[in-house]
Design a protein around this ligand. Structure first.
Ligand code: CIZ
Ligand code: SF4
Length: 304
């Protein structure tokens, strides 16, 4: 068996030989994050993908994220070490569903979370991430919007912008949506004095009792700046790796062992190595879809 350090070194050598950049999402396995050139949220990684000089982008994340990198960088080879890594939330809204919904609501802007397929983005007026959803919707200056696929993020945006009627699609993240108020209250009892940071993909009643509602990149910045010694983290457990690095003196409590996204964990460090060896797992997006999806992503980047 090859030890971890040897595998890490082999991957870094291969990346150099292939002129490849390795991007890893904040929810990836720790050893995958550690071998990457950049670790971040979907927006930060998409920006890295757009800016890179490398020929090959190895994307350790889930499918919609690699697709977004391809939308922004069509001339690059975008590879997924495990192309079967999908996002159940993204699959809860199909392009056919969205086309019908849009036709039923003529003139109402369609705002779509980046956790969506390229075909859905292509039918979208503007995309958002969890880090910029409120700012982007505020800038739209619309009275009503359609928001999908995440009903919980839709609710958070509506709550943050009382003048806007946010009509939600009924999708959700199975990992964040399962969190209950009881679990959070129990964790607070076990850790008195700890601050609760929750992701806006959690249900409204969970968000209501959090001290801060933040995207993953915002949680990393918040933890580093917070005066609390202990934080209860209500998001996918992969973020704990980055949090420990961002704020080494603090204690982080994982709300529950169930906060693990299987799709985020199917990419192993061995698969990253194999992907660089074989250059397989290329992500493609049809050009007409890509161009329309790009417009929605670019509108987001211009605003947020
Ligand atoms: O946008 C992302 O990367 C996701 C899925 C979560 C977050 O809050 O960063
Ligand atoms: Fe999708 Fe939730 Fe997994 Fe993120 S954590 S990839 S939203 S299922």
């Amino acid at each position: 068996m090859i030890d971890g350090q040897t595998l890490h070194d082999e991957i870094r050598t291969l990346a150099l030989e292939r002129n490849a950049v390795i991007l890893a999402h904040n929810y990836q396995r720790g050893e995958v994050q550690d071998v990457a050139d950049f670790v971040g949220d979907s927006l930060g990684l998409a920006r890295q993908a757009a800016a890179t000089e490398a020929n090959v982008i190895v994307f350790a994340g889930v499918h919609f994220m690699a697709e977004t990198a391809k939308i922004l960088s069509p001339d690059k080879t975008v590879l997924m070490p495990e192309p079967r890594a999908g996002c159940p939330m993204a699959d809860m809204m199909s392009a056919a569903d969205l086309a019908v919904w849009r036709d039923q609501n003529p003139g109402v802007p369609v705002v779509t979370y980046v956790n969506s397929t390229a075909e859905v983005k292509a039918l979208t007026d503007v995309c958002v991430t969890s880090a910029n959803a409120v700012a982007v919707v505020r800038a739209l200056d619309a009275k009503r919007i359609l928001f999908g696929p995440d009903r919980n993020l839709a609710h958070w945006v509506g709550r943050s912008l009382p003048g806007v009627e946010v009509i939600p699609w009924d999708g959700y993240c199975p990992i964040h949506d399962q969190v209950t108020v009881e679990q959070v209250l129990e964790a607070k009892q076990r850790h008195p004095g700890a601050e609760v940071v929750a992701h806006p993909e959690c249900r409204p009643e969970v968000v209501d009792i959090a001290d801060a509602v933040l995207s993953t990149s915002q949680m990393l910045a918040y933890a580093a700046g917070s005066s609390a010694e202990e934080l209860i983290v209500v998001t996918e457990a992969g973020l704990l790796h980055g949090l420990a690095k961002a704020a080494p003196g603090k204690r982080f409590v994982n709300l529950s062992p169930e906060m693990l996204c299987p799709n985020m964990k199917v990419t192993t460090i061995e698969k990253v190595r194999d992907c660089l060896l074989d250059l397989t797992g290329a992500i493609e997006v049809a050009e007409d879809t890509r161009v329309r999806a790009l417009a929605a992503v670019e509108r987001m980047v211009a605003i947020g």
